[in-house]
Design a protein around this ligand. Structure first.
Ligand code: COA
Length: 700
């Protein structure tokens, strides 16, 4: 059996190489291998100094996350790292790629660190609901300072090695030939009779401003990372570096790490980590179908959405042609794009040169004849089946036969749109989320006749433009908006029943949603949903359905853009204010509709909204609209502000137990009736089999 860690010798330098693709994660075998090789090198009299490096694309990118849910296996990482730091011969870590998590902790236990230019180091554990658990919180502040450590550990953001040379985190950055340079570095240490240098021996002491510094960070993260436990634990652990001796701080760090590792939040965030990587493997799509490259794109419609979509392609280096009906519309669209790029420059997100390059990639036309050579068209026109069918039939005539035609519709039946062309195997949905140039999510809608090649091409393109692409099936609203309709429906029903907009928004925000549902509709405009509900081929005949929202639209309160919606907005500061008038209007409407208002608790609000969404999610799985429960979670986290630390709606349901969810739904069914609260068959089946959503695999 080949071992992932090996020791060789070059002159007086022992070379420990880690080779555990794809990212050299610290699996049990790697941990074991490191201990053995360090011991061997130490016992070998010919070896005077050691270089530890990694084969492949990166230095160790962390602990093996897939081992976290299983029984821990010896040797444990802190023991391995203790062995490394205690080594009696100078040990140099040679870093390339991304030295993250346990990888950086390993480097911090090494006595010297040399890195290839362009590499990054970081402690991203908070992104997995964890804190570094093998000395990271104790060693990083000792070498880089408390403030730098607070910044790196609580944000989880990796930094360029070049930027931390000054903090002594990296001793030397080299442009090329890393291992050769590291051996040279080790030989110099031997010649200089340099001793091992141990970060754990650095003493930190408390200074005057420290109490305030930690208090400020705690307050800041309470807001910025609201609801999350790990960042607060990280601050406690870092503070220990100035309060406790190293060994005690290390012990406390381990206790906090273990508490985090077994927490609901960390399980949720680990689930999302793997689910976001799993989405690229589309169920039913053969692995060997790779898709082809798209060299040019056209966008139909230069409005807010079309412009944002154009920016996604231009920013990824793909030439774009914007298509509008009139030159005035085109000019307006192009000016808006330039304006948005300029805002990016002003915020330091891109350089002036990058702006010029992006703008140069965007052309415009009012003539479909100019689309004859493009590889892909994304239609972002008015949400009307008639309009879209006409556009697609024109595109079918104008574009080359191999071009793929995509619609950005949020709701409509793309199978019907595809049927208006002679190439239904090349028609599908690319549902971007607003603002399209910022939001990570892309729903790729698989039409009935879409070919595997076209689907694979668009999935690949999604990755190229930096999106998290999730393949979904055709139905009204696809995955995200279909579930959102249930979530919104309950928010509206609760308003009639006596909850106020502010109470609902606060309840959902304190549960973890990025924004409350009524603030969201005020922001996007109440008229959008109003129109969509009227155009829904299965329009609801329930007189209570979205009645508060519809009533506000009929009173010309369209949200932020008209200065009033569920809230009132100050004309200058745009600040949101509670509007008693709206509360009164809803109360009167409830009375008219025969709904008795009552006092409603936050817990009911949270359960109604979340359970409604989960029940619909179960139907979506059952119908094969989403291939896996994790796909639904990825959509909600990246498109709708669902808290990552709750793992998405389906993971949340799995976590609290599907039996509990079913029980809750049945209780609402008893109280509110069958219309909206009939439990999904799949949910009942899974409960009967004592299974979870994550156990469910589509039969197709
Ligand atoms: N443990 C186990 N598997 C890991 C891993 C880890 N720490 N880091 C990455 N992987 C796996 C991914 O699941 C993926 O597997 P797949 O190809 O089967 O889907 C593969 O390695 C490649 O990862 P991916 O993220 O797709 O590659 P990338 O080049 O875009 O990014 C990293 C590489 C290292 C930057 C990124 O994977 C990452 O951030 N990893 C997590 C680092 C971390 O949090 N470490 C601390 C752990 S406590």
């Amino acid at each position: 059996m080949t071992t992932p860690v090996s020791l060789t010798r070059q002159g007086k330098v022992g070379l420990i190489a880690i080779n555990n693709p794809p990212v050299n994660a610290l699996s049990q075998a790697v941990r074991q291998g490191i201990i053995e090789c360090v011991l061997q090198a130490q016992q070998d009299d010919e070896i005077k100094a050691i270089v530890l490096y990694c084969e492949g694309r990166t230095f160790v990118a962390g602990a093996d996350i897939s081992e976290f849910g299983k029984a821990p296996m010896e040797p444990h990482l802190p023991d391995v790292l203790h062995q490394v730091e205690s080594c009696t011969k100078p040990l140099v870590a040679a870093l390339h790629g991304t030295a993250l998590g346990g990888g950086l902790e390993l480097a911090l236990c090494s006595h010297y660190r040399i890195a290839l230019a362009g590499s990054k180091v970081g402690l991203p554990e908070v992104n997995l609901g964890l804190i570094p658990g093998s000395g990271g919180t104790q060693r990083l502040p000792r070498i880089a300072g408390v403030e730098k450590a607070l910044e790196m550990i609580t944000s989880g953001r990796p930094v360029a090695v070049e930027s931390v040379v000054e903090q002594n985190l990296i001793d030397q950055v080299v442009e090329k030939d890393l291992v050769t340079a590291a051996v040279g570095f080790a030989e110099t240490l031997i010649a200089d009779q340099a001793e091992p240098r141990r970060v754990s021996e650095i003493q930190l002491s408390k200074s005057e401003g420290h109490d305030q510094l930690f208090a400020d960070w705690r307050a800041k993260l309470k807001k910025k990372a609201a609801g999350q436990q790990a960042p607060q634990y990280a601050i406690d652990a870092i503070e220990n570096t100035i309060l406790l001796p190293f060994d005690e701080g290390l012990q406390k760090e381990r206790e906090m790490f273990l508490a985090c590792r077994s927490s609901e939040q960390s399980r949720a965030m680990r689930h999302v980590f793997f689910a976001e990587r799993e989405v690229v493997r589309v169920p039913g799509l053969a692995k060997d179908i790779k898709g082809h490259d798209i060299a040019s794109v056209a966008i139909i419609g230069a409005g807010t959405m079309g412009g944002g979509i154009a920016m996604c392609f231009a920013s990824a280096g793909i030439p774009v042609l914007l298509v509008e009906m009139t030159s005035e519309n085109l000019e307006r669209g192009l000016a808006m794009i330039k304006d948005r790029y300029q805002q990016n420059v002003a915020r330091g997100r891109m350089s002036e040169q990058q702006l010029q390059d992006c703008i140069a990639r965007i052309g415009g036309t009012c003539d479909y004849a100019d689309l004859s050579e493009v590889d892909l068209v994304v239609e972002a026109a008015f949400e009307s089946m008639e309009v879209k069918r006409e556009i697609f039939s024109r595109l079918d005539q104008a574009c080359k036969p191999e071009a793929i035609l995509a619609s950005n519709t949020s709701y409509l039946d793309i199978d019907q749109i595809a049927a208006s062309t002679g190439r239904p195997d090349k028609v599908l949905g690319m549902h971007f989320f607003s603002p399209a140039n910022i939001m990570k999510l892309l729903e790729v809608v698989r039409t009935r006749e879409i070919s595997d090649e076209s689907l694979a091409t668009v999935m690949k393109l999604g990755k190229r433009i930096g999106k998290i692409s999730v393949a979904v099936g055709v139905c009204y609203g696809f995955v995200g908006n279909r579930m959102y309709a249930c979530y919104g429906r309950e928010a509206q029903a609760l308003l009639l029943e006596g909850a106020t907009p502010e109470q609902i928004d606060k309840a959902m925000q304190s549960w973890g949603m990025a924004m409350g549902p009524l603030s969201v509709v005020d922001m996007s405009g109440l008229d959008i949903g109003y129109k969509a509900r009227r155009e829904n081929p299965n329009r609801s005949d329930d007189p209570l359905f979205f009645r508060p929202a519809d009533m506000l639209v009929e009173a010309d309160r369209l949200g932020q853009k008209t200065g009033s919606g569920f809230y009132r907005y100050d004309s200058e500061s745009r600040r949101k204010e509670v509007d008693e008038q709206v509360i009164g209007m809803i109360r009167d409407e409830a009375e008219r509709l025969g709904v008795t208002q009552r006092t409603i608790g936050d817990e009911e609000i949270q359960q109604r909204l979340i359970f409604a969404m989960i029940n619909e999610g179960a139907r979506i799985l059952e119908e094969g609209i989403a291939g896996r429960s994790g796909d639904i979670d990825v959509i909600w986290i990246n498109g709708y502000g669902f808290p990552r630390y709750r793992g998405g709606p389906m993971q949340y349901a799995d976590e609290i137990g599907l039996d509990k969810v079913l029980q809750g739904i049945k209780a609402f069914q008893d109280r509110l009736g069958d219309r909206y609260w009939k439990p999904a068959t799949l949910l009942e089946e899974l409960v009967a089999q004592d299974k979870k959503f994550s156990d469910w695999v589509s039969k197709d």
